[in-house]
Design a protein around this ligand. Structure first.
Ligand code: PLP
Length: 390
């Protein structure tokens, strides 16, 4: 398909997907694929889940949009649900993960100013991905995303991810927060050492800093608990999520403690579309389905099975550096650039993602069946065995 009037930022797009059902998608030639990335951690319930479709259709027939100048009962419902799950009292809704992080960054700055710090600094991590708006990009790591966009925002310092000792070295008297992903997604499913988040929380408490967790990718049951932080023995002050929250509808959320949320007074932040009746009702249906279908347990158990199966099947393969994962967020790190595997896997009827050049990332729907999980392993392993570093 010619994309002649579209900007080139997505490069060449090889496939044209026209239909999806559960963990399957179909292209415009009628070929079907097992979708092992779920729209990059978006369709956790699978494609066209009946509860999502029902919420979408019903709400589309009653009220799609309503300005945030008015009460939006489904937005309130969603805030209640996310607050119950996260323990954070207040929610702000927007349209993407990036915007959720912008809200979080602005809250950190307001917090700093409330402490009479004129140039608040946020510690962020090497390897981090927080989005591509100028604020979120300034928190993001890596020349690929950042090059050409200077001047970026000041007030961020990148620290090595997973290295608790590095914190003191990079912090200043202006530090007000540490912002990070509990498991780094775009970096290739990088899991910090056990106890890292707990130690970070303790440092934040000692210094009066905020702990901000970006669960855009890890949230919504992806790693086996509703939020990844729930497995790590900490509670953040600010939490962002998006992706799986709308199962394909654009929604992001920034959650905060009541104390921090109070810093946003009328007129200080807002959005036209965020938290509209349509997306809010769909997100409520997503949360209900995650709970009703016990998808946290499913993600834990099936994710562990996939991880073990890949590790067993690929244990003697020299070009495999590491296979890691938590729940249904998995990566196979290879010894060289392997972006070509995306097309090879698609040819075999499997949709995968390669990130960081040499990391195959798997983010299958949480509703993946046992036989689909088996098919995933059986299709992917021979492809990796046949691959040679260039
Ligand atoms: N934060 C994390 C951890 C992400 O993985 C992403 C997207 O991949 C974002 C933020 C940006 O979210 P969005 O693309 O919805 O703006």
């Amino acid at each position: 398909m010619q994309n002649s009037h579209l900007m080139g930022n997505y490069g060449t797009r090889a496939l044209t997907l026209v239909r999806g059902q559960g963990s399957r998608v179909w292209d415009d030639q009628g070929k079907d694929y097992l979708d092992a990335v779920a729209g990059l951690a978006v369709c956790g319930l699978g494609h066209c889940h009946p509860a999502v479709t029902e919420a979408l259709v019903n709400q589309a027939a009653s009220l799609v949009h309503c300005s945030n100048l008015f009460n939006i009962p489904w937005q309130k419902e969603l805030g209640d649900r996310l607050s119950r799950i996260s323990g954070l009292e207040k929610a702000f809704f927007c349209n993407s993960g990036t915007e959720a992080n912008e809200a979080a960054i602005k809250l950190c700055r307001l917090f700093g100013h409330s402490q009479n710090i004129e140039s608040p600094q946020i510690l962020v991590c090497e390897g981090a991905f927080h989005g591509r708006s100028l604020g979120a990009l300034s928190a993001t790591w890596g020349s690929k995303a950042r090059n050409g966009f200077a001047p970026l925002l000041e007030g961020f310092a990148h620290i090595p991810y997973g290295d608790i000792k590095a914190i003191e070295q990079f912090s200043t008297e202006n530090t007000v927060a540490v912002m990070l992903e509990p498991i780094q997604g775009e970096a290739g499913v990088v899991i910090p050492p056990p106890g890292y988040l707990k130690a970070l929380r303790a440092i934040c408490d000692t210094h009066g800093w905020l702990l901000v967790l970006d669960e855009i990718q890890t949230g919504n049951a992806r790693t086996g608990s509703y939020f990844a932080f729930q497995q790590m023995g900490v509670t953040p002050d600010i939490l962002t999520t998006a992706k799986g929250l709308g199962n394909g509808l654009p929604i992001g959320a920034c959650l905060a403690t009541a104390e921090i949320a109070e810093l946003l007074v009328p007129g200080t932040h807002g959005t036209t579309f965020g938290g509209n009746p349509l997306v809010s009702r769909v997100a409520c249906a997503v949360i209900d389905s995650i709970e009703k279908e016990d998808l946290c347990t499913r993600a834990t158990e099936l994710g562990a099975w996939i991880l073990k199966s890949l590790q067993q099947e690929l244990k003697d393969i020299a070009q495999v550096v590491e296979i890691r994962g938590r729940g249904m967020m998995l990566a196979i790190e290879l010894s060289g650039p392997c972006a070509d595997l995306v097309a090879i896997a698609a040819e075999a009827g499997l949709i995968i993602n390669v990130t960081g050049g040499n990391r195959i990332r798997l983010l299958p729907p949480l509703t993946l069946s046992d036989s689909e999980a088996q098919l995933l392993v059986e299709t992917l392993c021979p492809i990796i065995k046949n691959w040679e570093p260039s």
